[in-house]
Design a protein around this ligand. Structure first.
Ligand SMILES: [Zn+2]
Length: 456
């Protein structure tokens, strides 16, 4: 056998380089290249052979295919079904990523115990021993009598077991512990994670097994990250949120069977993850009095409006380059908003440190939060509290204009439902008919919104 050639593969994106470098040239991540063995095509027994051995496949007309709705299997946890787009799909492969210990195994054990009652469910564990899993099920008060367990990390044996038993659902916890004999690399390496996921996906499609892969996100880069296999699977879900709080968020990043960016909200209890029935008010900090630097906005997470408090702290800077820090929001967007604030409202912040925080550890990607960020900044700078029954949303453009956002009506209705009485919104988002209990102030420019601040 020829001597194995050493290459360096990125644990973030899976790209391979002949030489070690500090930064991955493909995804620009730092310190993610790790030494691994180059897998030669001959050592891969699943490699494509083009020697005319394969038989030609039959083609079918698209018009002859019935476009029926995909059958979905509810998991018994409605928030989880929500991010999945209605439930699990037969033959679908789901990747659940997140930090170790955030609740991935707990959630899946709950799901399997529920599904085990009506379908054959297999839990393949390479992380914990069967005793540990049994203890967890007992601690959570779950009826795990119908869940079948397989403590195995050898891919070939897992595949053979799935082929023999043909379960309806199989959980692989975790994909980074599974290894294939066909490859020389260590378990958890980019090549192994990719190959094992591809083989599991193949058997899922072939036999109609729903496969859920657990992928750990590790900071030290010793294991290949879940991003390496995002393109192989059908659905990618990530746990997010504050490790210190009892709330857990699951967001869909990719979903071939449903909408992306749906958010599921859970609370971690001693009985496992419980769905939060009314999460829209979860991310408010409920001050008794009025405080400056706080502004409440409504964001859309998928199809659901969520009320989130934006906090700003603006403080005199003694550094030649003042700090601009964001938690939960985009850093670059803040610099842009501060420039707009200076240019169009005449409020300079060049000698001020600016800190922005979205309460509750939720990540906000949409620009609809712009106006709330600016009002929170001005409120902190002038030390003038905003009305605590006020909500604000709207995208702010470079010309100082306030642009409309999607789902304006839904955002306003949710705010009214939670007892807010006043809203500053883009002109095109103003409702045609009055929403009871809510005074809507429609603005077209940033200056108009700031004038409202002066009046209150
Ligand atoms: Zn990379």
């Amino acid at each position: 056998m020829a001597k194995a050639k050493t290459i360096y593969s990125c644990t973030e994106c899976g790209a391979s380089e002949p030489k070690w470098q500090g930064q991955c040239p493909s995804c620009m991540a730092w310190n993610t290249l790790v030494e691994s063995i180059e897998e030669t095509p001959t050592s891969n027994r699943y490699a494509n052979k083009f020697e005319g051995l394969a038989q030609s496949s039959t083609l079918q007309k698209l018009s002859s295919i019935k476009a029926a709705d995909i059958a979905r299997q509810p998991t018994g946890i409605s928030e989880f079904d929500r991010v999945l787009g209605g439930g699990l799909v037969e033959g679908g492969v789901v990747l659940i990523g997140g930090d170790p210990g955030i609740g991935k195994s707990t959630l899946l054990l709950q799901v399997l115990c529920h599904l085990g009652k009506s379908a054959q469910a297999i839990y393949v564990s390479g992380e914990e021993s069967p005793q540990q899993i049994a203890m967890r099920a007992k601690r959570l008060g779950l009826d795990a009598s119908e869940v079948e367990l397989l403590a195995e990390i050898n891919l070939e044996k897992i595949l053979a077991t799935l082929q023999t038993h043909k379960p309806n659902i199989a959980v692989i916890d975790s994909i980074q512990t599974v290894y294939s004999e066909a490859l020389q690399s260590a378990p958890g390496s980019v090549a192994q994670v990719r190959e094992c996921s591809a083989q599991l996906t193949r058997i899922a499609k072939q036999l109609g097994i729903t496969v859920i892969l657990v992928g750990h996100v590790t900071k030290d880069g010793t294991l290949a990250g879940p991003r390496v296999l995002e393109h192989i699977v059908d659905t990618v879900l990530y746990f997010e949120g504050d490790q210190n709080s009892s709330f857990r968020l699951i967001r869909a990043f990719k979903n071939r069977f449903g909408a992306v960016n749906e958010l599921g909200v859970f609370a971690m209890t001693e009985k496992g993850l419980r769905e939060v029935a009314n999460p829209s008010a979860l991310f408010l900090s409920h001050h008794d009095g009025q405080v400056s630097g706080s502004c409440i906005t409504v964001t859309m997470e998928g199809t659901r409006p969520l009320l989130i408090e934006i906090q700003a702290l603006v403080d005199e800077s003694h550094s030649p380059s003042p700090k601009r820090l964001c938690v939960g929001l985009e850093q670059n967007r803040l610099a842009m908003l501060l420039a707009v604030l200076h240019r169009h409202a005449g409020i300079p912040c060049f000698d001020q440190d600016v800190f922005i925080n979205a309460v509750g550890g939720v990540k906000i990607a949409e620009p609809a939060v712009d106006l709330a960020v600016l009002l929170a900044i001005v409120s902190s700078l002038k030390n003038k509290p905003l009305d605590n029954k006020l909500i604000v949303f709207g995208e702010v453009g470079l010309a100082g204009e306030v642009r409309p956002v999607q789902g304006g009506q839904m955002r306003l209705k949710e705010a009214a439902k939670l007892g807010f009485t006043k809203a500053i919104v883009p002109k095109s988002n103003a409702p045609k008919s009055k929403i009871s209990g809510l005074e809507v102030i429609a603005v077209e420019r940033l200056e108009q919104a700031l004038n409202q601040l002066r009046n209150t």
